[in-house]
Design a protein around this ligand. Structure first.
Ligand SMILES: Nc1ncnc2c1ncn2[C@@H]1O[C@H](COP(=O)(O)OP(=O)(O)OP(=O)(O)O)[C@@H](O)[C@H]1O
Ligand SMILES: [Mg+2]
Length: 162
């Protein structure tokens, strides 16, 4: 079990935190991202999915209109789903995701409360909050151990430096 509270002071900081966590993930895993518009869910996903090796950070864009993006650069696919615009009657079937929980994959969902999902997957919950213009609080609740560096952006030296 890991409950982490991270303070991010820039988009790059959020991406770096995401990368660090993404590198530690294993499938199957459902990641639920909650938080207001602009809280940084998509920004964090850039880090999570690139850290996992699914795509480069630049390739990972908001699936606001497509609702689902699939990245296949890692050993298992990463799905990035944004349910903000989903209409009431739609379900995973209309998103083409009816079999996603039968696959081995990482599924990252923004606005997860908009759709009931039936699965028995491990769930990583992340909540993002605005603190100030460029500051966000990132609250992570993982049912497994996650290691984080207290300050990854300032990690400039390695043990080979001496
Ligand atoms: N510390 C920070 N972490 C993340 N994003 C930040 C931070 N500081 C500023 N930002 C900016 O806030 C915005 C976050 O947008 P992002 O698309 O990631 O939010 P979102 O939660 O996915 O929103 P939506 O619900 O609309 O999809 C971006 O413009 C980003 O540059
Ligand atoms: Mg988004």
């Amino acid at each position: 079990m890991s409950k982490l509270e991270i303070e991010s002071h820039s988009s790059d900081d959020t991406i770096a935190r995401g990368r660090e966590i993404g590198a530690q993930l294993s499938a199957p895993l459902l990641i639920l991202l909650s938080g207001d518009l602009g809280a940084g869910k998509t920004t964090l996903t850039k880090g999570l999915a690139s850290g996992f090796g699914a795509a480069s950070e630049e390739e990972i864009t908001s699936p606001t209109f497509a609702l689902v993006h699939r990245y296949s650069g890692a050993s298992v696919p990463v799905y990035h789903v944004d349910l903000y615009r989903i209409e009431g009657t739609r379900d995973l079937h209309t998103l083409g995701l009816e079999d996603v929980f039968a696959e081995n994959a990482i599924v990252i969902v923004e606005w997860p409360d908009r759709l009931k999902m039936h699965h028995d997957w491990t769930v990583l919950r992340v909540h993002l909050e605005h603190v100030a213009d460029d500051s966000r609080r990132i609250l992570i609740d993982a049912p497994f151990e996650l290691a984080t560096d207290p300050n990854p952006l300032k990690r400039t030296r390695t043990t080979t430096d001496f």
